[in-house]
Design a protein around this ligand. Structure first.
Ligand code: 6PG
Length: 447
């Protein structure tokens, strides 16, 4: 029998918190939960068969947990999380553990970890993906820990994680590493969502009905090229209210809570190109801008479903690899195989692609640069070119598909034109150049 934690204190009984709590209690863990409202606690209590005790006072909750305590925070990231940490840290004792299971920025988790560590309290930054259903039935869990993690906690978290051959849980060293991996997951999520939206737009511009577009996405299943996001897209496109497709009633203005932007900012700081993710974030931002010139209703002809499928796949592989490269740059000790396994079930970007990439990753030390990975791009390049050419002629915007294509072409082109950039920099600012086969910085006499 695996040893598990007996009880967990839980602060934040919103949608995600409550569902994680239900999932934990089903595995035998007693949940001692905090909420300011007694009525809310009674309501929540009804949903638990047993294993739940509610507290309206934080100090009471802390007092009622046996030591060493484990407290899981499922509260909004940023200030709210920090505020709770500061508040409870005054009543916690040495060797107690605080787990932040929200969507926190990884820098904040590093900071919160150090803050608690100064009081000899342990901290774990934990990314959780899968939305409400995932939290309840099995999310993907990305755990960031400083130096040690108990077997009880490992077993407990593994027991609630999604299963896809293995438990979809990853353990990464560093207070912020779990949240870093989750942040990149979200960046890839943005790219995959926008890629699917671009294919939808291309099909819509080819006068396909929502039903026909849903059929196209369903068909990707037969080729093993579906994904959770593709599956929900078919369902969204089929949804009708009063005989009218719901999708046609939704304003084309996209929101975001910021994790995509953080991925892009981080990529700029770490100098790792993630143009597909960047383009996806940018497309959301642009959708909010009022466009005075909007009169264009594109009309496309002659796109084959096979080319669309290949092109979508090309973009998905590109986005995934860009995200993995970002993780590798953040911490080269992180095993990308572990990340791919971590994401293969429960999370929003789960799909067969993860295990396909995992198979390739097992045979190489350098995923980007591996010939088998390159074949995935090469086999779908001709379709991608066809789709992008037709989209260009018909004036259909394809920000992520195009960014993915350009990223790949840049990677595979022997000489890029940056020699000219260097020459220009030296011409107007004497910023120096290096000649081929030399590492010496020199100025050119341009006169
Ligand atoms: C998940 C999701 C989840 C949430 C994000 C994205 O993995 O379960 O990524 O974390 O949907 O917050 O939200 P935005 O699209 O609003 O940035």
């Amino acid at each position: 029998m695996l040893i598990m934690l007996k009880e967990i204190g839980l602060i934040g009984l919103g949608v995600m918190g409550k569902n994680i709590a239900l999932n934990l209690s089903e595995k035998g863990v007693v949940i001692k939960g905090f909420n300011k409202s007694k009525d809310k606690l009674n309501e929540i209590n009804e949903e638990f068969s047993d294993n739940f005790e509610g507290f309206t006072d934080l100090d009471e909750l802390v007092k009622n947990l046996s030591v060493p305590r484990t407290i899981l925070l499922m509260v909004p990231s940023g200030e709210a999380t920090r505020e709770v940490i500061e508040k409870i840290s005054n009543s916690l004792e040495e060797n107690d553990l605080v787990i932040d299971g929200g969507n926190s920025y990884y820098f904040d988790s590093e900071d919160n970890g150090e803050y608690l560590s100064d009081k000899s309290i342990d901290f774990i930054g934990m990314g959780v993906s899968g939305g409400e259903e995932g939290a309840r039935k099995g999310p993907a869990i990305m755990v960031g820990y400083k130096t040690k993690i108990s077997n009880e906690l490992k077993n407990t978290l593994s027991s609630i994680a999604a299963k896809a051959g293995k438990d979809c849980i990853g353990f990464y060293k560093g207070y912020g590493s779990g949240h870093f991996v989750k942040m990149v997951h979200n960046g890839i999520e943005y790219a995959e969502m926008q890629l699917i939206a671009e294919i939808y737009q291309l099909l819509k511009s080819s006068n396909k009905t929502n039903e026909e577009i849903a059929n196209f996405f369903d068909g990707l299943n037969d080729e093993n090229r579906s994904s959770y996001l593709i599956e929900i897209t078919s369902q969204i496109l089929r949804k009708k209210e009063d005989e009218v497709s719901v999708i046609d009633k939704i304003k084309p203005v996209a929101s975001n809570k910021g994790t995509g932007k953080l991925t892009v900012e981080t990529s700029l700081n770490l100098k790792v190109p993630v143009p597909s993710i960047y383009a996806a974030y940018d497309a959301r931002v642009q959708s909010n801008n009022k466009n005075e010139w909007a009169t264009n209703t594109p009309n496309l002809e002659g796109l084959s479903e096979e080319d669309l499928s290949n092109c979508l796949y090309f973009g998905r592989v590109a986005s995934m690899i860009q995200g993995l490269e970002l993780i590798k740059k953040y911490d080269s000790e992180i095993n990308l195989g572990d990340v791919l396994n971590n994401w293969s079930g429960g999370c929003i970007i789960r799909s067969n692609l993860l295990s396909e990439l995992n198979d390739i990753n097992k045979t190489t030390k350098n995923l980007l640069g591996d010939k088998n990975l390159n074949s995935l791009f090469q086999n779908n390049l001709s379709s991608t070119k066809k789709v992008l050419s037709k989209a260009t002629v018909a004036e259909v915007a394809t920000p992520v598909l195009s960014a993915s294509f350009n990223w790949y072409i840049n990677l595979t082109t022997l000489n890029n034109p940056s020699n000219l950039i260097q020459a220009q920099r030296d011409y107007f600012g004497r910023h120096t150049v290096q000649f081929i086969n030399s590492n010496e910085d020199v100025n050119i006499d341009w006169n």
